[in-house]
Design a protein around this ligand. Sequence first.
Ligand code: E4P
Length: 219
Amino acid sequence: MQFFLDTAEIQEIQTGLDWGMVDGVTTNPSLIAKSGRPYLPTVQAIAKLVPGPVSGEVLATEYNEILTQGRRLSGLAENVVVKVPLTPAGLRAVATFKKEGIRTNVTLCFSAAQALLAAKAGAAYISPFIGRLDDVGEEGMELVDQVVTIYHNYGFDTKVLVASVRSPIHIIQAASLGADVATLPFKVLEQLYKHPLTDVGLDRFLADWKKTGKNFEES
Ligand code: E4P
């Protein structure tokens, strides 16, 4: 399973890269707005830093404007993936981008029917929004299950990118279902490392050795 970081914060991305756990990055307009940085330069800076795919989202809703913005985003760097909303105009643009060799990530997917359409349009990634479905009393992970099954049934190339992740449980469930990618807030990446028994065990090992009064090299 690939891990993308769901952030526009350069420091978080650098830390995740240093840890060797970041295969790519997803941004969205809300995340870039929160960073307080300008739109295109932020996507470009992230794409320079990260060797893997970096999703930059169009701010347009109309077909021709989506094409213009998507081409601009794609021209920023070879690893930029154009994030397009799941609308008729968006999926029409996805098919056009596919013919131009521009990879797309279809965002704001909340149903298996939508995911099927995105695959038929030729999306490189589909982003089911798990946490937001959970928030409205639905079972987000059921959607991942359905999409993984449907894509497998028909051999679609579109990768399932689990988005709107809120906790490590989402990652474990998505991995169990065979999702290709999960995009994580930095906080969730940190949480994945944590177990209280790891902390307790490490403290005990170090304390036991300290009691001997010897250092690392001494026998
Ligand atoms: C990723 O591509 C999405 O933009 C992101 O995961 C949305 O997450 P949120 O529901 O926490 O805003």
